[in-house]
Design a protein around this ligand. Structure first.
Ligand code: C5P
Length: 397
């Protein structure tokens, strides 16, 4: 959470500026106070009135506004915040920052400040790729400026590539990480969660009863300790937590690809209920009841994501944690599973229908490590998540 945190939000002039209106709301929802600064170019895309209404604060625009200087000088404005966020950061604004120019309110604040700065770039792909922009980014990173995004995708101008403003949830995650003083501050952690859906044809699929509640709670608990969380989730019943980088997938194979594409993580928690098989002969079009008999589904094994990552020769997270949902001989099966997959810890739980754990709000788990099996009392999934996050922080400290 961002309670009592004060964020100075500099809104540059880009088509993505409208997204900062949502960003203001999301930051305020998390308890932050947001003071917007609108550049002249930014004002061509969003109005000061919208920013002011959503932030419930005065919007600063002009360096030479005497009223502002009487109320709060620009030096004070630049230093009163806990974090300065520049979103969208245009190529022009980053060039000025890198060169130390100060010819308007935003650039003057950025030059006068000793507060941490986080920039969320947004621009056309050619501008992003230009050596001048890349030089400026390297210079800003060297100065200790933090970056979030840009993402790759289709741009407003119709071109495709890196340059899209990071999603609002990703910017919130980066703000959380920058402002956190928890034990996992700035450490990158990966969490998989939810079920996978394995298509039979374009309208039917094979799934399981995982709600995603435990994985979501773990991601939230890790983020609360300051971790920079990449949350890779199948179609879950519960919404993803705020303040984490969310990657949505459908199938096990997509989940593996997303895990492999994520930045290197120090800890990986595989809480997803991944389907063991996919339909090898899935229909490209809807399978019809055409009287020719019942369809036969052929299955093929899915990649084991936990085992793949546990057994990486290079880039293996320091701590890899798997889950073992079992219905009988829980500890024996889970202990064998830890060995077989090569992970460091296994969280074992009994998911027999009588326990009400699958899809429920409580969990009763046993933590299996090198030191043996440690049974935890039955508690809420949130409490399990908080206890696990604490153990993780202690283990990688
Ligand atoms: O083999 P089993 O499905 O019981 O293993 C459970 C653990 O392995 C969980 O941590 C789950 O997220 C992970 N897993 C995986 N990829 C699979 C199957 C399971 O990552 N294909």
């Amino acid at each position: 959470m961002l309670a009592d945190k004060h964020i100075l939000l500099i809104v540059g002039g880009g088509i993505a500026a409208f997204k900062t209106l949502d960003l203001v709301r999301r930051l305020r929802d998390r308890g932050a106070r947001v003071t917007p600064v609108l550049t002249q170019a930014g004002a061509a895309f969003v109005t000061p009135l919208s920013l002011s209404a959503l932030s419930a604060a005065k919007v600063y625009q002009d360096l030479f506004d005497l009223t502002d200087e009487a109320e709060m000088g620009h030096i004070e404005l630049s230093r009163a915040a806990d974090l300065i966020v520049v979103a969208p950061a245009t190529a022009d604004l980053m060039a000025k920052m890198a060169a130390g120019l100060a010819n308007d309110l935003a650039t003057t604040l950025l030059l006068a400040t000793d507060t941490q700065v986080l920039v969320a770039p947004s621009m056309n792909v050619r501008m992003w790729d230009h050596p001048a922009t890349q030089r400026n980014i390297a210079a800003l990173k060297g100065d200790g400026v933090l970056f979030v995004g840009p993402n790759e995708g289709e741009m407003a101008c119709g071109e495709y590539g890196p340059g899209r403003l990071a999603d609002v949830s990703e910017i919130v995650t980066a703000v959380d990480a920058a402002l956190s003083d928890g034990p996992l501050k700035g450490r990158h952690v990966l969490v998989t969660s939810g079920p996978t859906h394995e298509p039979i044809d374009p309208v039917r699929y094979i799934a399981n009863r995982s709600s995603g509640a435990q994985g979501t709670a773990i991601a939230r608990a890790l983020a609360a300790l300051g971790a920079d969380v990449t949350f890779i989730t199948g179609p879950a019943d519960v919404p993803p937590p705020l303040g984490v980088r969310v990657v949505k997938i459908q199938t096990a194979r997509e989940m593996l690809a997303a895990v492999q594409a994520a930045p290197l993580a120090v800890v990986a928690v595989f809480a997803a209920a991944v389907a063991d098989w996919h339909v090898a002969n899935a229909g490209q079009s809807k399978i019809k009841k055409d009287g020719a008999g019942l369809p036969t589904l052929e299955f093929a094994e899915n990649p084991d994501i936990l085992a793949t990552i546990s057994q990486l020769a290079q880039g293996r997270p320091q701590l890899v944690i798997g889950f073992a949902a079992e219905t009988d001989d829980v500890i024996a099966h889970a202990t064998a599973k830890r060995k077989r997959k090569g992970c460091d810890w296994i969280i074992a739980n009994d998911v027999s229908p009588a326990t009400g754990i699958m899809g429920g709000t409580e969990n009763a788990v046993t933590l299996i490590t090198d030191d043996g099996a440690e049974e935890w009392p039955r508690m809420s999934k949130d409490a399990v998540a908080a206890a696990l996050a604490k153990r993780i922080a202690g283990a990688i400290a």
